[in-house]
Design a protein around this ligand. Structure first.
Ligand code: NAD
Length: 491
């Protein structure tokens, strides 16, 4: 415990230049269980210099795709080998149940394997543009990429960022959330073990205001890729204007989950629960607004509440736990404040609504699964992202009303529809202004398909070939195989 965990800069494990350290807290019991070095802007500058040198001078930009693929496959194999250690680290650090972190680790393995494969696939285009001229288009790495992630999926978000960036041949300066740095440290140990050349992968830990802000504004970082809150995304966009960085933003959401009366009732109840209470509601794409058709509203609510009350809340390492604590005391307080606001604004509290204070759980940051009915579109709990286990239920009567309510948000990350009428499902989804959508399911996501939002949920896409392309520049090369003088100037 007294050991201060280090950052990885230029192929070395180092403490911050400031000498400061940060305590890492287990949200299940509020206890400090690790110490990590606390980086600063000066550490970011060192990491950027190393990443720049590795890219331009030490030859990483010319590394063959097959070699990049080999390294990524090796990373995937090592993550798989260390799976139980990694899932335990994320459970201790974030609080989420082991069964969730086991999924996250397995998804991280898949992500590294997917991008290892993508690295060696064809990426260009060719055109017959004129007589004896061939135009070819190639993709090249952008250069030094700064990457900043949140705390809700510590290892998986790291994989989503690092795997495509490295597959495309970039060097990286990576910052995990200051509250969940531990699995990232292990991941960088894996990078070191599989043999990434020094300076290609750099880990700088620390606060958003210092380390994050420097990554966003540093003039030698060519791209900043950020996942986190919309407010932070806005400040990153502003900070990135200095050198007109390429930016990618994966931000917040207030996603609608819409259930029509003709849907499979039990299926829709099941996914309504999963949509909001999975990962304690701390999911950007959470189905935090449940829109129910009026004819099933009462019966649906009754069943939903009955099942929500049975959710087993507990510490993440206990095998029976279905829902863990929130990430921190301050976040829990924010969620509890939203619950108070919901009550004050006239929403009907149907279940939950409180911190769990009894027994051992009282030491952690546990909040009951909470459902509000009788909500109206102007209520704060319907409009703002709570990022906790709080569901706002809305009522609609017609398809037109459902789509209007669903789109009545500044966000556009995700959404789902439950109906057994396939025409209605497609009509609905095509009108939904969101980047990730589901029909008769909620939450599944795959490496192959792009992830990202409309409106204030972000800019750009992660995952899939779209996510790979976001880490590339596009270059056209025009080749003539019958060179001729232009004849433009006569002298
Ligand atoms: P956050 O915005 O507070 O922090 C995210 C990261 O940004 C952290 O690493 C933090 O240190 C850093 N940061 C904070 N201020 C910064 C600044 N001024 N400059 C640079 N970096 C800064 O978000 P959070 O509380 O960690 O995570 C929750 C948010 O993340 C939610 O809004 C959620 O919807 C969003 N999220 C989005 C996605 C997605 O794919 N769209 C996925 C997961 C989480």
């Amino acid at each position: 415990m007294n050991e201060i965990k280090k950052m990885f800069i230029d192929g070395q494990w180092v403490v911050s230049l400031s000498g400061k350290a940060r305590e890492v807290v287990n949200p299940s019991n509020g206890e400090v269980f690790a110490l990590v070095t606390e980086g600063s802007a000066a550490d970011v500058k060192l990491a950027v210099a190393a990443a720049k040198r590795a890219f331009y001078e030490d030859g990483w930009m010319d590394t063959k795709a097959i070699e990049r693929a080999r390294l990524l496959y090796a990373v995937a194999d090592e993550i798989a080998r260390c799976a139980s250690e990694l899932s335990l680290l994320d459970t201790l650090d974030n609080g989420k149940p082991l069964r969730e972190t086991e999924f996250d680790v397995s998804d991280a393995v898949t992500c590294f394997r997917y991008y290892a494969g993508i690295a060696t696939k064809p990426h260009g285009q060719t055109y017959e543009v004129a007589d004896a001229i061939q135009s070819i288009v190639i993709r090249e790495p952008i250069g030094v990429c700064g990457q900043i992630i949140p705390w809700n999926y510590p290892l998986l978000m790291a994989a989503w960022k690092l795997a495509p960036a490295l597959a495309a041949g970039n060097t990286v300066v990576f910052k995990p959330s200051e509250v969940t740095p531990l699995s990232a440290i292990k991941l960088f140990e894996i990078f070191e073990k599989v043999g990434y050349p020094k300076g290609v992968v750099n880990l700088v830990m620390g606060a958003g205001q210092t380390v994050g802000a420097e990554i966003a504004s540093n003039m030698d970082i060519d791209k900043v890729a950020f996942t986190g809150g919309t407010k932070t995304g806005r400040s990153i966009m502003q900070a990135a204007t200095g050198n007109l960085k390429n930016i990618a933003l994966e931000l917040g959401g207030k996603s609608p989950n819409v259930v029509f009366a003709d849907a499979d009732f039990e299926l829709a109840v099941d996914y309504a629960l999963y949509g909001i209470f999975c990962n304690q509601g701390q999911v950007c794409s959470a189905g935090s607004r449940l829109l129910l058709q009026d004819t099933i509203y009462d019966a649906f609510i009754e069943r939903l509440v009955e099942r929500a009350k049975k959710i087993k809340v507990g510490i993440g390492t206990a095998p029976e736990t279905e829902m863990g604590p929130l990430i921190s005391e301050s976040h829990m307080q924010k969620v509890l404040n939203y619950i108070e606001t919901g009550k004050n604004e006239g929403a009907k509290l149907l279940c939950g609504g409180s911190r769990i204070v009894e027994g051992d759980l009282g030491k952690g940051y546990f909040v009951e699964p909470t459902i509000f009915g009788d909500t109206t579109p102007d209520m704060t709990i319907v409009r703002e992202e709570i990022f906790g286990p709080v569901l706002a239920v809305q009522k609609f009567s017609t398809e037109e009303e459902a789509i209007k309510l669903a789109n009545d948000t500044v966000y556009g990350l995700a959404g789902a529809v439950f109906t057994n009428d396939s025409s209605k499902a497609m009509r609905f989804i095509k009108k939904l202004r969101a980047g990730i959508t589901w029909i008769n399911t909620y939450h599944p996501t795959y490496c192959e398909a792009p992830w990202g939002g409309y409106k204030q949920s972000g800019i750009g896409r992660e995952l899939g070939t779209f996510g790979y392309e976001e880490y590339t520049e596009v270059k056209q090369i025009n080749i003539t195989y019958e060179p001729q003088l232009t004849g433009w100037f006569q002298g």
